[in-house]
Write a protein that binds this ligand. Structure first.
Ligand code: IVH
Length: 675
């Protein structure tokens, strides 16, 4: 056996492992399937010829080729929530005050559970009759991906709960992570494949080849559960019960009352942080009493009853190479500092946001300056301050550009905002690309395999120039499969992922268009103005009667402000946009899903509260009414259906009497809301 052969063998292995990593771990293949198969065939040939050649990382011993199966989607029985952050003491105080106010308590003495916030990945474990039947990633909180096979390789997660009469069904949530020590060892083995433990846990868990997951040192700690009717009265007791079932819980779990005790624990854990075997980025405080948790409920994706108190961020010094201007989806011009790359807390940072031009002026930030960069959690790193060196000549003051660096349109300064904006709304390529990226992004259509990178690529190759092109990708089949990093399989997967998203709910559609000021909530409100898809199409066919009607409804829609309606009007009046929407509609199946209606006596009714309620705060009453399907309004008029009058009701009660609106007192409201 010659050295040349051995070298060739090693090179081949290295090359295949490199492409396996791109394919399996980074979802970013750089060679076509045909090229990949050729490498494998070559390796098999060499191995057959020289059976004595051995290598620990020979991919042929590890995987049986690429697996084309994808992870299937899973609809979480109860939404997986995320947490709001508290950065400073004041944020924690406000969190406590909000809870007390919401529950209408006089006493501030509420008990909280405390646990470290582990920097890992959350999973939902579904046990039926004590048996693990599904494990799924968090995904967007509503839908995740099924990774049962992978999770089943984690020794710490029991396949069967250690309990004689287990609940019929329970969702146990927690964090999957890798310890700091295991991460260092793993990175030695995988030649620094991962940037940090979280990344390593993610790369290890989301493996189509379960054997790879099995070989990785993944750990688990529970931190919550879905709806559980026969549960304990407090979070703490529930976790203790889980522990007896064989579920790992945090060894640092504690309870505490009031701000002082919370902060004492925070400082204690912060000091101990380096001794804790895994990465944590703060503490999580949760109202301990489950019945209070239920009353407090959620606001969007986050519960009112829990908060993450984050540890202070990490900082490092580096030099600004250059300041660039980035044009966002809605034209906002944001300055970005391009840095000499620097490692901050395990993450390589090469860009920092400068927020806006006022910030640059205030901190007097210039190209070439040495600066202190701060990185906290997942937020984009930013510049804290400039480190001045008297002996060094600085570059000139940085001035906002007069024209857009992408399309050349003039830059305008919005009088009510600090934002500087490119005026080329529908012609600026940066805005068009930004719009396309938003359209396919997770919160919008969520097309798997079509992210920022692919949009940039397809836009530059003129394959995707507008929304409808996305659905006509099949046309460019031969061009795409010949492109570097693409092949038959990846193209087929992409087309399938796109076809999967052809049926679109109207409100999601409106949101996906990425119109300025139209977030998910406003998109919902706007879409409700359209009683049918036919009306929506007529609206975009410029039917004047329909338009008049719709704008009239929108202007009178509670919760839709003039900025949102104005922006929607401006967008819809532009012929280019209308045409784009019409051709997009030809490609998709637009639907208005029948709203999940809760049946209650106040479903669909407009109700208004006035005066003080004895038994609950206004906020709790409002959230309860919304849960029952009512719409809570703030001003009274003929369209209001019910007025709920607490004590000391004044002018609104009088007006309701005058208008003949149904009036309810607190007693009947309480009966109704508990029914
Ligand atoms: S509770 C009720 N507790 O942080 C909210 N989350 O930003 C559900 N996390 O997605 C989360 N440690 O992945 C909770 N002790 C802990 C946690 C924790 C880490 C993660 C979790 C969640 C994210 C929320």
């Amino acid at each position: 056996m010659t050295n040349v052969k051995e070298k060739k063998f090693k090179n081949l292995i290295e090359k295949i492992n490199y492409h396996n990593d791109l394919y399996y771990n980074k979802d970013n293949p750089q060679i076509s399937d045909v090229e990949y198969d050729a490498l494998i065939t070559e390796l098999k040939r060499v191995q057959k010829k020289y059976p004595n050649l051995l290598s620990a990382d020979n991919p042929l011993n590890k995987i049986g080729g690429k697996v084309s199966a994808e992870f299937s989607k899973f609809n979480h029985p109860t939404r997986m929530l995320s947490l709001d952050n508290a950065m400073i003491k004041g944020d924690v105080e406000n969190f406590l005050k909000r809870i007390i106010r919401f529950l209408s308590f006089k006493d501030i003495n509420i008990q909280f559970s405390i646990e470290p916030k582990i920097d890992g990945l959350s999973v939902n474990l579904i046990y039926e009759n004590g048996q693990l039947i599904v494990a799924a990633t968090r995904g967007d909180g509503l839908n995740g991906e099924i990774i049962t096979g992978n999770v089943s390789t984690i020794k710490e997660i029991p396949q069967k709960l250690q309990i004689n009469s287990p609940p019929k069904k329970i969702e146990i949530r927690g964090e999957i992570f890798i310890t700091k020590k295991d991460f260092l060892n793993l990175n030695k083995k995988t030649k620094n494949q991962f940037a940090n433990p979280r990344n390593a846990a993610a790369g290890s868990l989301r493996q189509l080849d379960v054997k790879i997951t099995k070989s990785r040192p993944l750990k688990f700690i529970a931190h919550g559960f879905g709806v559980y009717e026969n549960g304990k009265k407090t979070y703490y007791d529930q976790m203790m019960e889980f522990k007896t079932w064989g579920i790992p819980i945090s060894p640092y779990l504690k309870v505490a009352n009031g701000i002082d005790e919370l902060l004492k624990n925070y400082n204690y854990i912060n000091d101990k942080r380096s001794e804790i075997p895994y990465d944590i980025d703060g503490l999580v405080y949760k109202v301990n009493d489950i019945s209070y948790q239920r009353r407090l409920g959620t606001v969007g994706k986050t519960p009112r009853w829990a908060i993450a108190h984050k540890f202070a961020s990490e900082t490092a010094k580096t030099r600004i190479k250059k300041i660039d201007i980035q044009i966002g989806r809605t034209g906002s011009a944001t300055p970005v500092a391009r840095l000499e790359p620097i490692n901050i807390g395990g993450v390589l940072v090469s860009n920092a946001t400068l927020h806006n031009f006022e910030e640059i002026e205030k901190k007097d930030i210039r190209e070439g300056d040495t600066v202190v960069i701060e990185r906290a959690g997942d937020v984009i790193p930013h510049i804290l301050n400039v480190v001045l060196d008297k002996n060094k000549k600085r570059s000139k003051l940085f001035k906002p550009p007069k024209s857009c660096p992408v399309c050349g349109s003039s830059i305008i300064i919005d009088p009510d905002e600090v934002v500087v904006r490119c005026s080329g709304a529908y012609i600026c390529e940066a805005q068009i690309i930004g719009g396309l990226k938003h359209f396919v992004s997770r919160s919008a259509l969520d097309i798997e395999g079509l992210g920022d990178k692919q949009i940039n690529l397809f836009y530059n190759k003129k394959i995707i120039k507008n929304y409808s092109d996305i659905f006509k990708l099949e046309k460019n089949r031969s061009q795409i499969i010949d492109m570097e990093g693409w092949g038959e399989l990846s193209f087929k997967n992409l087309v399938e992922a796109i076809n999967d998203k052809r049926r679109i709910e109207l409100s999601k559609f409106v949101y996906s268009l990425g119109i300025r000021f139209i977030g998910e909530k406003n998109a919902q409100a706007i879409s409700q103005a359209f009683k049918s898809i036919d009306i929506f199409i007529r609206f975009y066919n410029n039917d004047q009667d329909v338009k008049k009607d719709i704008f009239n409804i929108l202007e009178n829609t509670d919760g839709l402000g003039p900025k949102a309606t104005g922006s929607f009007r401006e967008y819809s009046e532009y012929k280019g946009n209308r045409n784009q929407i019409l051709s997009l509609i030809e490609e998709i199946d637009l639907v208005i899903s029948s709203l999940k209606t809760v049946k209650s006596p106040i479903t669909g009714k407009k109700i208004i509260f006035t005066g003080t309620l004895d038994s609950m705060s206004r906020a709790e009453a409002k959230s309860m009414a919304e849960k029952l399907g009512a719409k809570v309004v703030s001003s009274i008029n003929r369209s209001t259906d019910i007025l709920i009058a607490g004590e000391k009701s004044g002018s609104k009660l009088k007006k309701a009497n005058e208008l003949g609106i149904k009036i309810m007192n607190e007693e009947s409201w309480k009966k109704l809301s508990k029914s």
